[in-house]
Design a protein around this ligand. Structure first.
Ligand code: 5GP
Ligand code: ZN
Length: 115
């Protein structure tokens, strides 16, 4: 996807702090971290969202990366939150599937409807 910001980070066309990459998956730091640890895990190939006909194998590879990143970022013992915002109600703003790994502090918010 030529106009996708995450595809550009993956292709190293624009800067990104990549912390992990393999054949299928890339992880990089969120540019606007909401907590001390805020890393995004994305498939190397472009998918708009989690419902975009992605194979169970690739979904498995993406989610298997979560504990690797948690350990790398030092939150595997203290805990963290894993978030996949999807679509309009899910407030997804970048339409390249990504998993947020958030931690390093007690979560300030709980799930619930918007104010
Ligand atoms: P969403 O709201 O779609 O679940 O999350 C998109 C995330 O991507 C946000 O947390 C936002 O800060 C992050 N983001 C947006 N643009 C960029 C960028 O150019 N580089 C990086 N590293 N993160 C970005
Ligand atoms: Zn993309």
């Amino acid at each position: 996807m030529s106009d996708c910001i995450f595809c550009k980070i993956i292709a190293k066309e624009i800067p990104g702090t990549i912390v992990y990459e393999d054949e299928y998956v890339v992880a990089f730091e969120d540019v606007n971290p909401q907590l001390p640890v805020h890393t995004l895990i994305v498939p190397r190939e472009h998918y708009d969202h989690i419902g975009d006909d992605i194979s169970p194998e690739l979904l498995g590879k993406l989610f298997a990366t979560v504990p690797l990143i948690a350990k790398m970022k030092g939150v595997d013992q203290t805990g963290y939150r894993v978030v996949v915002n999807t679509g309009e109600d899910g407030r997804q703003t970048v339409h390249h599937l990504h998993i947020h790994v958030l931690g390093g502090a007690l979560m300030p918010i709980r799930m619930g409807p918007a104010d």
